[in-house]
Design a protein around this ligand. Structure first.
Ligand code: G6P
Length: 469
């Protein structure tokens, strides 16, 4: 039953939710991590260790969508302290450049350690002798070290899906040394951008005083030569196949036309798609758009902004406040600008299935990705992948990982509201020929560097390390 290849992530790829009649429904989990990893699991002797998204749920291992799933149980208090607390109210804001103030609580740290230990034990139990374990993301930074202590025979990779901050921010973390040591239990540590890898090695040098040569950290061992850990950027991507297939489907294209029709046929549709998160710059985007309407650069007859803001981390205070702020702003702008037939902003606080997302991407003349800080931003890549017609304009924040690769997007600093307004107008008025020139370059990059290329490059690096040891 032991698996050669084990993924460990906070979430399983499916969440258990209650249907209208109280029945169990398994729904794909939110966020980019799950979307990126799912295709990696097909065709391997693998298992996925993770949480099913509800407190106090005791579940035996099961198989869904051809993937062997090993659920880890979290109590209600652990959900509050490990998931909502330390992961999403300490590490998340700290690693996203303190856009919101991180909270530091010792009991949250204790819960984080306890839960990381539980994940490490589950992985240690699931993996075959000399097998490979791939640990994911900021919720599980202590797992590599804990797992190595339990299973020194196993090859361990860790991939960090979010930014790693520069040292002066990282240094605020009261448990900064323990977290670095936790991560250094891995053989390969992957980051989204070269800048994140450099921030990590700089922290290792300053805090732990370990030797770092090029991208290799030498971790001292008791009674043994130092262990080498490779630290490198492996920019993540999407599985392009379902996006290309859906975009080519006549019913999805018809749905895109229907969306435009139902908005009263505006000349331009602008689109934002995000988890409702303060890192995404949703407020900045809506503010800029509202000012363009107020100044008369745009009118509700020419333009509609569709903002999909999927519910996220709804019990964390910063998210509760953000929702209030956004909803106040949206209703003010709509109140000031709407006509009976046209709306300035169509705001959807909902998640949608992939078909509907692709129809929205096909309907959108301008895609607005204005994150203040984002590890990668896969929405930008999804939009580009669907635009086989080479139409549409991507406005992309320079503070996303995607900006390193998607050089032909219209780049913005979302903090600069005037610059953002100018970029929106450039996008709205961009001639077809220029749209097509830029979109071709963007698509080439995303299609050539898809999620399979990403996982292959990471797993090849991991295999090279394990064979050299
Ligand atoms: C980001 C993180 C993921 C996380 C996802 C959804 O993509 O990198 O680790 O799973 O957001 O957030 P949630 O808190 O709902 O898991």
């Amino acid at each position: 039953m032991a698996a050669e290849f084990v993924v460990v992530a906070n979430r399983l790829p499916v969440d258990r939710v209650q249907g209208p009649d109280g029945e169990d429904i398994w729904r794909p989990s939110p966020g980019g991590l799950v979307a990126a990893l799912e295709p990696v699991m097909h065709g391997v002797d693998g298992a996925w260790v993770g949480w099913a998204g509800q407190a106090d749920l005791e579940l035996a291992p099961f198989t869904a969508n051809d993937i062997r799933l090993i659920p880890v149980t979290l109590s209600a208090q652990e959900v509050a302290e490990y998931y909502e607390g330390f992961s999403n109210d300490t590490i998340w804001p700290l690693y996203h450049d303190v856009i919101a103030p991180p909270q530091f609580h010792r009991e949250w740290w204790e819960a984080y350690r306890t839960v990381n230990e539980r994940f490490a034990r589950a992985a240690a139990k699931a993996v075959a002798p000399q097998g490979t374990v791939w640990v994911h993301d900021y919720q599980l930074q202590l797992v590599p070290e804990m797992l190595r202590a339990l299973r020194p025979d196993v090859t361990i990779g860790y991939f960090h899906h979010i930014p790693f901050p520069s040292h002066h921010i990282y240094a605020q973390l009261p448990w900064r040394d323990q977290v670095l040591s936790g991560l250094l239990g891995a053989d390969v540590i992957g980051f989204q951008r070269a800048q994140d890898a450099a921030s990590f090695t700089a922290a290792v040098k300053r805090r732990l005083r370990y030797d770092v040569k090029a991208s290799t950290v030498a971790v001292p061992q008791n009674d043994a030569p130092a262990r080498s850990v490779l630290v490198k950027a492996f920019p993540i991507s999407i599985d392009t196949t379902p996006y290309l297939e859906l975009a080519a489907r006549p019913d999805v294209q018809a749905r895109a036309a229907e969306i435009r029709e139902s908005l009263g046929n505006p000349k331009r549709i602008l689109l934002g798609v995000d988890r409702l998160d303060y890192t995404k710059g949703i407020r900045h985007r809506i503010k800029a758009y509202g000012e363009l309407l107020a100044q008369g650069d745009l009118t509700v007859d020419d333009a509609t902004l569709i903002q999909v803001a999927s519910p996220s981390r709804e019990r964390v205070d910063a998210y509760v406040h953000l929702r209030d702020e956004i909803e106040l702003l949206v209703s003010r702008i709509n109140g000031d600008n709407d006509t009976v037939g046209h709306s300035a902003i169509r705001y959807l606080h909902q998640g949608f299935p992939r078909e509907e997302m692709v129809a929205l991407y096909l309907a959108a003349d301008v895609m607005l990705v204005t994150a203040l800080r984002d590890g990668m931003n896969l929405v930008a890549k999804e939009y580009v992948a669907t635009r086989a017609d080479n139409r549409g304009v991507l406005v992309l924040s320079e503070f996303t990982g995607a900006a390193d690769e998607l050089r032909s997007a219209v780049r913005v600093n979302p903090h600069d509201i005037e610059g953002l307004k100018e970029a929106i107008m450039v996008a709205v008025n961009m001639p077809r020929a220029e749209q097509s020139r830029r979109m071709r370059a963007l698509r080439k990059r995303v299609i050539e560097h898809d999620v399979n290329a990403w996982s292959k490059s990471f797993l090849d690096a991991l295999a090279a390390v394990s064979s050299s040891q």
